[in-house]
Design a protein around this ligand. Structure first.
Ligand SMILES: Nc1ncnc2c1ncn2[C@@H]1O[C@H](COP(=O)(O)OP(=O)(O)OP(=O)(O)O)[C@@H](O)[C@H]1O
Ligand SMILES: [Mg+2]
Length: 286
């Protein structure tokens, strides 16, 4: 997906995660928080994830709200199961070594990737350890819309299990596991971080900075490219802040400046449209 990239912000958060090598749990977590529709998912998928991968991490991305009908715990376990399957396939397809040795990681080959987290299945910690044995990389779990984990008791349990996995995978022997989350409901996130029985007590909730004028310049350039007139960035910035820094609504305002522009397919996909009745005079009065 084409997007306004935020590489410096991604580097900043990746450095934060790397910098903290303390054995205790908060050093291995990053909880990001920002209001709805302000670019969290795009940042995780298109900026932070790639930055972490470029530093050698194996990123397992879970969008907890991707499918409202699926229990968030299942989303987590399935994402780990899928990654495990990928690693098992790689191992199975690898050529046997010259001296006929069986790689250590093949001991995981019997693990059932479909029953992770189930009563008779492998635990999340074992599954993550297996992935790491095979991939030989540090792992970062990214949970987008983490507040959704608290909508079911199995989701809450999965967060506790994840906390335990963080403990066992960061014992100084393994290559480590980090947890990155983003959410838009600070009250629910507080239940993960600050309540008496919170699994991630002492971890910090960090605000994800809002998209800024750089993003507006980027969007303006797209509008100009499809035939719009030059934009007044100061007015746009004001409109953007009035609309809670929500990109699609600001884009709609941007399009108000480009009444004759053909509709961009990428913008149409985001639900923005140019009303057919708009004329140049109605536009200039805005
Ligand atoms: N960096 C960006 N570049 C271009 N467009 C962006 C960017 N960030 C966000 N957007 C636009 O804003 C929309 C909303 O962004 P996103 O889904 O990342 O927000 P969110 O904070 O995750 O929302 P929610 O709270 O609903 O999960 C995206 O579909 C995209 O159109
Ligand atoms: Mg999102």
């Amino acid at each position: 997906m084409r997007h306004f990239a935020r590489p410096e912000l991604a580097r900043f958060f990746a450095n934060e995660l790397e910098r903290n090598k303390a054995p205790h749990l908060p050093g291995h977590t990053l909880f990001l928080e920002a209001p709805r529709y302000t670019g969290k998912s795009v940042f995780l998928k298109s900026d932070l994830g790639p930055e972490l991968r470029s530093r050698g991490a194996l990123v397992i991305h879970c969008d907890l709200i991707r499918d409202q009908a699926t229990d968030p715990a299942r989303v987590i376990y399935e994402a780990v199961g899928e990654e495990l399957l990928k690693q098992l396939c790689t191992i199975a397809g690898a050529p046997v070594s010259a001296n006929g040795e069986v790689p250590r990681a093949t001991r995981w080959i019997r693990m059932n990737t479909a029953t992770i987290g189930a009563p008779h299945g492998a635990s999340l910690s074992d599954a993550l350890a297996a992935i790491q044995d095979m991939a030989q990389q540090p792992i970062v779990m990214i949970l987008d819309d983490v507040q959704h984990a608290l909508t079911t008791s199995s989701g809450e349990d999965a967060m506790k299990v994840l906390k335990n996995a963080l403990g066992s995978m960061n014992d100084g022997v393994r290559r480590g596991l980090k947890l990155v989350t983003a959410g838009s409901d600070p009250y629910k996130q507080v239940r993960l971080l600050y309540a008496n029985s919170a699994p991630f007590r002492e971890a910090c909730l960090a605000p994800l900075p809002r998209l800024d004028v750089g993003y507006l310049r980027y969007e303006s350039s797209l509008v100009e490219r499809i035939g719009g007139q030059p934009l007044q960035l100061d007015k746009l910035a004001l409109a953007f802040s009035l609309f809670d820094y929500q990109p699609p609504s600001s884009t709609r305002r941007l399009l108000n400046y480009a009444p004759n522009a053909p509709q961009s397919p990428s913008i149409a996909k985001r639900g923005c449209f140019v009303p057919p009745f708009r004329t140049s005079s109605t536009v200039s009065s805005r």
